[in-house]
Design a protein around this ligand. Structure first.
Ligand SMILES: Nc1ncnc2c1ncn2[C@@H]1O[C@H](COP(=O)(O)OP(=O)(O)OP(=O)(O)O)[C@@H](O)[C@H]1O
Length: 539
């Protein structure tokens, strides 16, 4: 077997030599180049398992090489060496596609960790999905190190972020691409939209998959315990520290650390975290020395972090370090095409015993699916899970009907509308005689007699809203804006929701003819198009 081959690009003879010796000692073959042009010539001749380049070279910048190698389609990992304290360069390189960076002076232990993870990138076939739930590792009484070993392997097919809507498909592609890099990823999205799941998928697809995934809820740790929880502590460091403990960083070593609700980190802890990220070293409470850690950082928040930076609640420098790449999880109401498939998967998960005993899985009546598609899901997929769990208990004959869902009227797309009043074009009588169908999207939870089956998502959605609206009129309801004494958590979001619903209603009435819909709404075509873009309304 031949050894992996590394290309080192650096014009400083001393550093180049140091790197060469360290890499050869690791059993690797090394080629080196002093300039961009000689590096390009070597890259044209052969494939490398890793390229390591300085940022400043006599005939140009290392970042040019990063772009070329990252864009070559060969999947060669490239890392950069940046001047001491130059966070900007590191972030720019990561954004350009560098898999990782090293700061000068280069520490040999960090070089080794970086090379090891680069070489794992070349072997993506073995992907494991740890099942460890590190939320359980939050108390000082539970040693995270011990819990972190509690992982199990699964195949790549068990990735868990479900959804066939274009936005979810894009997201999965992005996640697969980002999984190869060490770049910190910041995941934003409403509560329950799948941020943690996205982070788990990112880890599961990465070369770190067989190492721990640790999720830490930053808002759930008492401030005075934070340092000990993150970095560990030595025996006797404080009252009650009867033995040495690892922290989250050590527990996640080699793997991924998810900082969930990162906006909740107190400022004092933000400083310490920034230091750990920059140095890639942590010091246990009560220890005199630091230890190198190799942790991929992912952060998640449902808050607007940029806004918190502006108001001085979140450090700009930490924000900059964590937000190298952003991933946004759209709220469930922006991907109603996924509701059927999600419901089907959740129902299968909730009733495994029934499936095993060959009883047909509980399904949603078509009207129930429509009601879900007309619901705003303020709690997103988590709320869908809760609704279905409760509905399962009420469902008769293996079919969930609208009343079983017990949807909150305040969450319906038309505020103030009572869900029980939904009478869709599909009568519940037809449901019990229907046949089960299966499609990759949503219909295996539906009945084949559903007149909406096969329609595009927005058409089905619009049909539902129209049916509901017509119902409201016939039942003499007060209309779209029934008064409620519940204040929305955010007025702009609430108004956007109302506007979105009205536009969808008009589009539904006109079979998505935007000119006619604009006429109905008394606005110009351009105004409607602009509003649809702003509110992410797609056909
Ligand atoms: N696309 C999806 N496919 C399957 N399950 C999902 C999906 N998105 C979310 N879920 C499920 O919904 C629940 C909430 O997801 P998750 O915890 O990842 O959300 P979150 O955005 O991190 O929430 P929070 O902001 O409250 O921490 C989980 O049980 C998760 O398994």
């Amino acid at each position: 077997m031949t050894s992996p081959r590394i290309l080192v690009v650096d014009d400083e003879a001393d550093l180049r030599e140091l790197l060469e010796i360290a890499l050869i000692k690791m059993g690797l073959d090394v080629d080196s180049a002093e300039t961009l042009s000689s590096a390009r010539a070597l890259l044209a001749q052969r494939d490398y398992d890793l390229v390591l380049t300085d940022m400043r070279l006599p005939d140009g910048l290392g970042i040019e090489l990063v772009r070329e190698v990252a864009g070559s389609g060969k999947n060669t990992p490239i890392a950069v060496i940046t001047a001491f304290g130059s966070a900007d360069n590191a972030v720019v390189a990561l954004k350009a596609g560098a898999f990782d960076y090293l700061s000068k002076p280069v520490a040999l232990d960090q070089l080794r960790l970086m090379v090891q993870s680069a070489l794992r990138i070349g072997k993506p076939e073995v992907v494991a999905v740890p099942s460890f739930d590190a939320h359980k590792a939050l108390s000082l009484n539970s040693p995270v190190g011990a819990n972190a070993k509690n992982t199990s392997a699964a195949s790549i097919s068990s990735l868990r972020l479900i959804g066939m809507s274009p936005v979810m498909q894009d997201l999965r592609v992005q996640i697969a691409r980002l999984a190869r890099s060490m770049a910190p990823v910041a995941i934003s999205g409403e509560s329950g939209s799948g941020k943690e799941l996205a982070a788990r998928d990112l880890h599961a697809l990465s070369p770190r998959a067989d190492k721990p995934f640790i999720a830490v809820n930053c808002g759930a740790i008492p401030e005075q315990l934070m340092e000990a929880e993150f970095f560990g502590y030595r025996k006797g460091a404080f009252t009650g520290a009867t033995e040495e403990r690892d922290g989250f960083f050590q527990a996640a070593n080699g793997g991924t650390l998810l900082l969930d609700e990162v906006a909740d980190l107190p400022l004092a802890m933000q400083v310490k975290l920034l230091r750990a990220i920059q140095e890639r070293r942590v010091r246990k409470v009560g220890a005199t020395t630091e230890e190198a850690v190799d942790v991929r950082l992912v952060s998640a928040t449902h808050q607007n972090l940029a806004e918190r930076v502006e108001t001085g609640k979140f450090r700009q420098d930490l924000f900059y370090r964590l937000n190298v790449i952003e991933l946004r999880l759209p709220p469930l109401r922006e991907r109603i095409a996924d509701i059927g498939l999600l419901a089907e998967t959740i129902l299968a998960r909730l009733a495994p015993a029934m499936t095993a005993s060959d009883l047909p899985q509980t399904v949603l009546a078509p009207a129930a699916l429509q009601a879900l598609q007309a619901y705003t899901f303020p709690g997103n997929v988590r709320e869908l899970e809760n609704i279905l769990e409760r509905a399962l208990a009420f469902a008769n004959d293996g079919v969930i009907q609208v009343p079983d869902l017990a949807l909150k009227a305040s969450g319906m797309l038309m505020p103030g509308m009572a869900v029980d009043s939904i009478s869709s074009p599909v009568s519940t009588a037809s449901v019990s005689s229907g046949q089960l169908t299966s499609s990759p999207f949503s219909s295996s939870t539906m009945i084949s007699e559903n007149p909406l089956a096969g329609m595009t998502d927005s058409t089905a959605m619009a049909a539902t809203i129209m049916a509901v609206a017509e119902n409201l009129v016939s039942e003499g309801e007060t209309g779209l804006f029934a008064e409620t004494d519940v204040l929305p958590p955010s007025l702009p979001t609430h108004l956007d929701d109302i506007e979105r619903n009205i536009i969808r209603l008009a589009l539904g009435r006109t079979q998505f003819n935007r000119t006619k819909a604009a006429e109905l709404l008394g606005i110009s075509f351009r105004q409607l198009r602009y509003r649809m873009q702003r509110l992410a309304i797609h056909e």
